[in-house]
Write a protein that binds this ligand. Structure first.
Ligand SMILES: [Ca+2]
Length: 446
């Protein structure tokens, strides 16, 4: 890409962002925020970080829950309700899933469910979930994260709000209510299903979204997890070391994908290409801030509030149940770091260079790869095209979404002769658009 083209793209993005911000900027008003989360343990840290900020600056209006990743709907909602109750914030709306679906012709029914990635959504909300297979069901996965290692019931005070199937406000309804009410910033720290469906169904409300901040993807990242020391004993087996992505369950098949993008690549594509200014905090940045032993020890000595105790206990349990003995070099501050950068940029008045107190930023031109070549072959893997006279959402045949789609974490399409895989390009990434981040230091816990 020529420099001229690159600059043109950068300027275009900045212009859009500036227009949106200026149109709605009201001095002295707190900035309205919607958080979409998959309620993993580090999402809870991110949520608490947000709740500890000054409400005269940042007004968290709503939380919508991504239900096709690390947690299941009921558990995730209760977790969020109880954290909000602990923090005295029962006023914040919480939305999850939905009971509608997406019809064969691409019509999105109101309140469509977020329980499956968009590619799997048919007439019902029950179906296949190809990407979620990358997330372990048992220990180290949903079994632990659904209950935050059991700390919800044993530690958090219980308020009046509880998960209520069929009566629970849906993610789509909460997004429509809060985004139509005025200018808002959207923070996405899980897969993009909820917000992509919202954008596809409510394009007239895009004008109210000032900016999107995303934790996700890997641009030029090199995963430091599973690297052997230089003078390693022969027993040391290199694992994801150097991979761009972080699918620890499937890195031999797909070394490129990052979990949040992998959870719903088509949804991530919709968000990245929505035309709304996007700031991405990819693994490139988050991989530079592991929870070190020094940080852990300092945190242990600084638990001065109930919520700090909750964070520390959660972190300790994450450490004690970590899958290997490399916790201090492989557990990163993914989502809390993202919220720190986002709110720092917002506090600075959203400068065009993205200046903030935690990271350096740069513009980049990115996309999300949602399917593999060959694009024109119907091989039974792609529900947007296979068996349909008209592709869903009127997508183009031979286009970027029409190729082979990874059918599971051990997709035979990705296998080569020696039994080890390498999807040439993952069902997910490539990258990246707007900004980039090199991290220099970490903020002390609040
Ligand atoms: Ca998350």
């Amino acid at each position: 890409m020529s420099i001229q083209r690159y600059l043109h793209i950068c300027i275009g993005i900045v212009m859009m962002g500036t227009m949106g911000a200026d149109m709605y900027c009201v001095k002295g008003q707190p900035q309205r925020i919607l958080l979409d989360t998959d309620v993993d343990t580090d999402d809870l840290f991110a949520l608490l970080y947000l709740l500890k900020l000054n409400r005269s600056e940042f007004d968290l209006q709503a939380i919508t829950i991504n239900t096709n990743a690390w947690t299941d709907a009921g558990h995730a909602v209760n977790q969020v309700y109880d954290v909000l109750y602990m923090m005295g914030r029962d006023d914040i709306a919480v939305g999850v899933g939905g009971e509608g679906a997406i019809l064969e012709d691409g019509t999105i029914i109101q309140n469509v469910g977020g329980y499956l990635p968009i590619i799997e959504q048919g007439n019902g909300t029950a179906g296949y979930c190809r990407y979620r297979q990358a997330i372990p069901v048992g220990p180290g996965g949903r079994l632990d994260i659904d209950t935050n290692y059991g700390f919800r019931k044993s530690f958090l005070p219980q308020g009046r709000r509880k998960y209520s199937p069929l009566r629970q406000p849906t993610a789509q309804q909460v997004m429509i209510d809060k985004i139509s009410a005025g200018p808002i910033t959207v923070l996405i720290i899980g897969a993009h299903t909820n917000f992509a469906i919202f954008l596809m169904n409510n394009p007239h409300l895009k004008k109210n979204i000032e900016h999107i901040y995303v934790m996700g993807g890997g641009v030029r990242s090199k995963n430091p997890t599973g690297c052997c020391p230089r003078k390693a004993i022969s027993a040391c087996q290199t694992r994801q070391c150097g991979n761009r992505g972080n699918l620890f369950t499937a890195y031999t098949y797909n070394p490129y994908a990052e979990f949040n993008m992998f959870g719903d690549p088509f949804a991530a594509y919709q968000v990245i290409h929505s035309g709304i200014p996007v700031t991405l905090i990819p693994l490139d940045a988050t991989n530079t801030i592991p929870i070190t032993r020094e940080f852990f020890d300092a945190f242990e000595k600084n638990q001065h509030t109930y919520d700090a105790q909750y964070c520390f206990m959660s972190l300790k349990m994450a450490r004690d149940t970590w899958f290997d003995d490399q916790f201090y070099t492989s557990y990163f501050m993914w989502d809390s770091f993202t919220i720190g950068i986002a709110t720092s940029i917002m506090r600075n008045g959203k400068p065009q260079n993205g200046e903030n107190e935690f990271a350096e930023m740069e513009y980049m031109n990115i996309t999300v790869i949602t399917s593999n070549k060959p694009y024109q072959i119907s091989d039974g893997s792609n529900p947007f095209f296979d068996g349909l006279k008209v592709p869903k959402f009127n997508l183009k045949r031979n286009g970027v979404h029409s190729g082979h789609v990874q059918t599971g974490i051990r997709d035979p399409f990705c296998l080569v002769k020696n039994g080890k895989g390498r999807c040439k390009v993952s069902t997910c990434l490539l990258f990246v658009a707007n900004e980039k981040y090199v991290f220099s230091s970490f903020a002390s816990p609040r």
